[in-house]
Design a protein around this ligand. Structure first.
Ligand code: GRF
Length: 220
């Protein structure tokens, strides 16, 4: 099967990137990580990519704090297109993307967020969940549109909030699920099984063996 060419944008630790790389190198998913780009020169994500033999580039974000400058955004797009990237996966990328970029990769950008969206969008979703007092939170992989953490949802996983959880113990439990569902969502896309109808995505039934044994868990 032809591999889906994925470009990953990451600003930090890159543990989700690692999960995607590991699943792709082991052949569990039909994905090739074609390039990793970061707005942070010494991001651990870049190190992880280089260690795995994946092209890793730092592209300076420009002077703004929460977004890329228009010039930088063009450079990001060019770097992804040069490597024939089909899907852009945001994995802890701390910049909001804007119209030109979103149009160029329309419907082809995905993100992972550490909550059950639409609850707790934005920064530190795990702390938000803890402070709100929910009994369950989780992780969401979704398509990216012009809103923050708002596009159609591809896969979610629920995680219990335990009575003695701190922000960090909860975040660690959520992260485990992130590492499971991000490769899974990319595999659904690689298999051409994801259909978007308005806000809803439909995952078509698998033809062959199923990665992640999700059918046992019911709808994701
Ligand atoms: C993850 O919690 C992800 O959901 C959020 O940023 C964090 C990135 O972690 N968007 P890592 O860099 O993948 O370890």
């Amino acid at each position: 099967m032809k591999k889906l060419r994925v470009g990953v944008l990451a600003s930090g630790n890159g543990s989700n990137l690692q999960a995607i790389i590991d699943a792709s190198l082991s052949g569990d998913i039909d994905v090739e990580v074609a390039v990793v780009i970061s707005d942070v020169e010494n991001a651990r994500a870049l190190e992880r990519a280089r260690k795995a033999g994946v092209p890793a580039i730092y592209i300076a974000p420009g002077p703004r704090r929460t977004r890329l400058s228009p010039e930088a955004e063009k450079e990001y797009a060019r770097a992804l297109e040069e490597r024939d990237v089909e899907i852009v996966a945001l994995a802890g990328f701390m910049r909001v993307l804007h119209d030109d970029f979103l149009c160029r990769f329309n419907g082809r950008i995905v993100n992972i967020h550490p909550s059950l969206l639409p609850s707790f969008p934005g920064l530190d979703a795990q702390r938000q969940a803890l402070e709100y007092g929910v009994k369950w939170t989780g992780a969401t992989v979704h398509f990216v549109d012009a809103g923050v953490d708002r596009g159609p949802i591809i896969v979610q996983a629920a995680v219990p909030v335990l009575p003695d959880d701190s922000r960090d113990t909860l975040a660690a439990r959520v992260l485990e699920e992130e590492h499971r569902i991000y490769p899974l969502a990319l595999q659904y896309i690689a298999e051409g099984r994801v259909r978007v109808e308005g806000r809803r995505t439909c995952i078509e039934p698998a033809e062959g063996p199923v990665f992640g044994n999700t059918d046992r868990r019911g709808p994701s």
